[in-house]
Design a binder for this molecule. Structure first.
Ligand code: CA
Length: 228
């Protein structure tokens, strides 16, 4: 049985009820908020394990909420949108969300996405520290440091960096990385990997300006090149 506290942010009561039923049946504790203004204060106070975040809401919209939450937390966020076309826009805004679900969705599909995202965030501690030169990733504490400066990574960025650091020099395809990040293959989401990599590079390069540790391999994917 799964465990964890899922916050559903959704202004359509029927959808919220449906999600709550499915999540409860899967073993999760589910809370529901219908107004966007209530979300950030709630998250600061209650720290849920994952947020299912609708975009169009009364009060603050989902995009602004995601942006606000990322200022203080890397809690997993799955954005919910009514339009496939909006996914491009959401990705373009670089909000740091971990996954995207389009309405109408099957509640079963949402539950499996929730499971996949949580699996990689709450995976069992293995007491391992991965290193590449000045880059250190602690799998127990989810801390990543570069020259002892701590990076604030999203769960997806963390998962990608962990995969790359575990096998320096090995080339990972986008499909492989998306599977590491989301726990399943989904061709249409491969470009989200490019987006996560871009953000990851930006964060690492802040403290390691003269060496790009993540290299793209044309037509294949990415690999990690440790600094000398
Ligand atoms: Ca809505």
């Amino acid at each position: 049985m799964a465990t964890g506290h899922i916050l559903i942010v959704e202004d359509e009561e029927e959808i919220a009820d449906l999600l709550r039923d499915y999540l409860s049946n899967a073993g999760y504790t589910a809370s529901w908020l219908e107004n966007g203004d209530a979300v950030v204060p709630y998250v600061k106070k209650n720290t849920p394990n994952l947020i299912l975040l609708d975009i169009l809401l009364p009060g603050t919209d989902g995009i602004e909420i995601c942006r606000e939450i990322r200022k203080f937390s890397s809690i997993p966020i799955i954005m919910v949108t009514a339009k496939v076309e909006e996914i491009d826009r959401i990705i373009g805004l670089e909000l740091g969300a971990d996954d995207y679900v389009c309405k109408p969705f099957s509640p079963k599909e949402v539950v499996s996405r929730v499971k996949a995202v949580l699996r990689r965030c709450l995976s069992e501690p293995s007491e391992k520290v991965l290193r590449a030169g000045p880059v250190r990733l602690n799998e127990d504490t989810y801390q990543v440091t570069v020259n002892d400066n701590e990076l604030n990574l999203t769960p997806s960025e963390f998962a990608i960096l962990r995969a790359l650091l575990a096998h320096p020099g090995r080339v990972f395809s986008r499909a492989h990385l998306i599977n590491r990040v989301q726990g399943y293959d989904f061709e249409g989401y491969e470009r989200t990997i490019d987006f996560h990599i871009k953000n990851l590079r930006k964060k690492v390069s802040e403290y390691l300006p003269n060496h790009d540790i993540i290299r793209s391999v044309y037509g294949v994917g990415y690999k990690l090149v440790p600094p000398e």
